[in-house]
Design a protein around this ligand. Structure first.
Ligand SMILES: Cc1ncc(COP(=O)(O)O)c(C=O)c1O
Length: 434
């Protein structure tokens, strides 16, 4: 396929900076570019002219956005921060802020080079754009076998990839040996791996020792000649409730691990800042030895994919978040909400510890973080238990992969004891064929 000259320029930049990263891109990833010279470029050149008839929004005669008072009256922000388009890359101030916040939330990043985050329409979209850039139809996406179900629609249906799984757990901990097998079997080649901690559905984050083993395994696989794209789904970042568990993103450890390992951090405000419907996420790149030019080219390709897909992410949401992040009370409020979820986590632990009899009917999977925990019914079908809970116990849970997923994030603390008592009873009913 002949590349557009702008795509060819980007590919030259990437090849010169790191040919392994060039080899990681999908065919669409190689071909995409950001159309700096098109309508956007021409509009930028006309900025400040007495007559500027380039802009594709409506303006009042005095230059303010032409908006409906019925909407502006509900919004305290300047109309330019709410109604107009945000850039396809995202609002520059928010991007800078998020990168700074990444360093503060992950102190071990120190001064590791990373790209500026590119803003997406939350994490689903960021994952999809990563699929666009790095997966060709028929490629494998390596992933632990307990994963967020939407990965199927995202990576298999949208991008034609095959999700190839390895066991999540070995006993009470992560099956790092299975991950190693997945990234090293056969001849060295390009591989795309997805890591999600805290995990949906299990609510598990690696211990520090497990994280060390993962970093070591992936670095060794890169050293052995594999070109590794590691997609890091950090949707639940920061919600870690126990000591000894990795509190920082594994991105901080992988961003500077090896020139053949591209760490792609996919995160956002959705769960971290409790704004599920705002639809603001980010893609940030890290690879050892990267130059600003390499990051610039990857950002341009990402923004090009976004431009051709949803054009840009909501300006209003980005502006609200940028303002909230600057609020003096923001850190205190975050701690307060974290404490609410952490208290529920400890309540679930207490309930299970206080009821050893529950283990006769279901076993808990390891959990230490996030929104969820899972149990495996021992002698009953998970979906039958779910239905029984709905019909006889006024209780809703998710059945997935033979497990029951409990969202303690959305269950009042006072109801958690009833929830598990109901689960125990429903498992018993189903076992007896009621
Ligand atoms: C693991 C994981 N990744 C991504 C997402 C999607 O997040 P968003 O709402 O920002 O698209 C979810 C949402 O449930 C999730 O559980």
């Amino acid at each position: 396929m002949t590349l557009h000259p702008m795509a060819a320029d980007l590919m030259t930049t990437i090849e010169d900076a790191n040919p392994h990263v060039a080899a990681m891109l999908s065919a669409r990833g190689r071909a995409i570019y950001f159309p700096f010279g098109g309508i956007l470029g021409q509009a930028a050149e006309a900025k400040g002219k007495r007559i500027n008839a380039t802009i594709g929004i409506a303006l009042e005669d005095d230059g303010r956005p032409l908006v409906l008072q019925a909407l502006q009256s509900m919004i305290e922000l300047d109309g330019r921060d709410a109604f107009t388009y945000a850039p396809s890359f995202g609002k520059p101030k928010l991007r800078e802020m998020w990168r700074q916040m990444l360093r503060e939330k992950n102190p071990s990043l120190h001064d590791t080079a990373m790209s500026l985050p590119v803003v997406t329409v939350a994490l689903t979209h960021a994952l999809s754009m990563a699929g666009y850039l790095f997966l060709d139809p028929g490629d494998d996406l390596l992933c632990a076998d307990l994963f967020w179900g939407n990965y199927r629609l995202l990576f298999e249906h949208q991008h034609g990839a095959n999700i190839r799984t390895f066991p999540t757990f070995d006993g009470d901990g992560l099956d790092v040996a299975a991950l190693k097998q997945a990234v090293t079997e056969g001849a060295p080649r390009k591989r795309v791996l997805l890591l999600n901690f805290p995990n949906n559905p299990t609510g598990y984050t690696p211990t520090v020792a497990e994280a060390d083993a993962i970093v070591e395994t992936l670095t060794a696989a890169a050293e052995a000649g594999n070109d590794l794209v590691v997609l890091i789904d950090d949707a639940y970042f920061g919600l870690v409730y126990e000591d000894g568990v990795l509190g920082e993103s594994i991105f901080a450890r992988l961003a500077d691990a090896h020139p053949r390992l591209l760490a792609v951090k996919i995160d956002g405000a959705t769960k971290e800042d409790y704004v599920w419907g705002f639809r603001v996420g980010f893609i940030t790149y890290g690879v050892k030895g990267a130059t600003p030019k390499l990051f610039g080219a990857l950002e341009a390709k990402t923004a090009g994919a976004i431009r051709g897909n949803v054009s840009n992410a909501p300006n209003l949401s980005q502006s609200l978040l940028a303002k909230a992040f600057q609020s003096a009370d923001y850190p205190r409020q975050k701690k307060e909400k974290f404490a609410t979820l952490q208290a529920r986590f400890h309540e679930v632990r207490r309930i299970l510890d206080d009821h050893p009899e529950y283990a006769e009917r279901f076993v808990r999977l390891p959990f230490n973080s996030g929104y969820f925990m899972c149990v495996r019914p021992l002698k009953a079908d998970a979906d039958a238990v779910r239905k029984r809970l709905l019909e006889h116990y006024d209780t809703g849970v998710i059945a997935t992969s033979g497990l029951i997923r409990v969202a303690f994030s959305s269950t009042p603390r006072a109801l958690l004891a009833d929830l598990f008592a109901n689960l125990y009873a429903a498992c018993g009913d189903v076992e007896q064929g009621d």
